[in-house]
Ligand binder design. Structure first.
Ligand SMILES: *Cc1c(COP(=O)(O)O)cnc(C)c1O
Length: 340
């Protein structure tokens, strides 16, 4: 247990309870790396919160959510080639193309399965998946052999999306009146979208109480180097007398994975270029905090550990000490959760 996600459970669960009670009908989302916790852990939390429905990302994530006994919605749209399970009565499929409605109904009928439960996705200004609003009129006759659970939309985060949700939701409900599932609408504006709206939420739910969460990693080795001493895979010479820290946490844990940020403004591009230059010269800021400061990578992170320079003039940690790591939770894979 050398890199862990520490969870202040009272604080974290208070946050979960306050979010879920403020948004009746909320559908928690547990997908990918389970937002740093693992899909299995979030499935158990969703069950403990009394949620009736949990959303996972893909069909491959369904077994990981086994401890959740309620309805499981799969967010990635169904495709004929996915080999999706047809006999599970608690599964809800997402259909995002007109031709997939009769295709799923037919697969289920051929397998002797009951009519699959489905959400039909409406295309939004995201343009990720969904049936264009102008073709929603074609949906009604294609619902034969399917059990419609609701309409669903994936909305962009940036813009004020309430108006879009309301307009598209109304268009869909003219075809067939059913609940409307949405993402990324502010809780306090849900009522403006219309009746029977269910909000899907992942990040703001699981990661919304930032002060309840901390990733920590152990110092595994400390080496004193003199100027000119070579170190690491790349055998670069040290530029000065310095302390090399070998810490738990490498690429396998998501160390060194930063979000690709859009460099839209000139100033941002300048910063990116500057950081690229630093990286090219072998210096990049690490997410490990030593004595209140980010330590610099001595070289790119290894699979399960990283080599860092102890910040000069600061305290030198000892083998076994814990360092804070500011990792992006959606790409982090820790060895264990520690409930504090
Ligand atoms: C991931 C996802 C969500 C949850 O997004 P967060 O930003 O983590 O809340 C909601 N809806 C769909 C379709 C998604 O893919």
């Amino acid at each position: 247990m050398t890199i862990v996600l520490q969870v202040r459970q009272d604080r974290w669960r208070d946050h979960l309870a306050s979010v879920t009670s403020a948004a009746p009908g909320l559908v928690p989302v547990a997908k990918g790396n389970g937002y740093g916790f693992g899909v299995d852990v979030l499935a158990a939390e969703a069950a403990a919160l009394g949620m009736d429905t949990l959303a996972v990302g893909t069909y491959t994530e369904v077994p990981g959510a086994a401890s959740f006994g309620g309805t499981l919605a799969v967010l990635s749209p169904w495709r004929p080639f996915l080999g999706a399970p047809l006999h599970s009565p608690r599964l809800v499929h997402t259909l995002s193309r007109l031709q997939d409605l009769p295709a799923l109904a037919q697969q289920a009928a051929d397998a002797g399965a009951p009519p699959p439960r489905v959400l039909v996705e409406v295309e939004t200004s995201m343009h990720r998946h969904g049936i264009p609003a102008g073709r929603l009129g074609e949906v009604e006759p294609l619902l034969h052999g399917l059990s419609l659970v609701g309409w669903t939309m994936h909305l962009p985060i940036a813009a004020d999306n309430t108006g879009q949700a309301r307009a598209l939701g109304a268009a869909a409900r003219q075809v067939r009146d059913a609940p409307l599932w949405v993402s990324h609408v502010p809780v306090e504006r849900l009522a403006e979208v219309g009746p029977q709206v269910r909000l899907r939420m992942g990040t703001a739910l699981w990661l919304g109480a930032a002060d309840a969460l901390a990733v920590r990693a152990r110092v595994l080795d400390v080496h004193r180097l003199e100027r000119g001493d070579r170190y690491g895979y790349r055998q670069r010479p040290s530029r000065r007398d310095a302390t090399l820290l070998v810490v738990a946490g490498g690429t396998a844990h998501g160390v060194g994975l930063a979000a690709p940020t859009p460099a839209t403004r000139l100033r941002q591009r300048g910063i990116a270029l500057a950081e690229g230059g630093l990286a090219a010269s072998g210096l990049a800021r690490s997410p490990f905090v030593v004595g209140g400061r980010y330590a610099w990578f001595a070289e790119p992170p290894h699979m399960q550990c990283s080599m860092l320079w102890a910040p000069p003039g600061g305290p030198v940690p000892e083998v076994g000490d814990w360092l804070e790591v500011r990792l992006r939770h959606t790409t982090a894979h820790v060895d264990a959760l520690v409930w504090a």
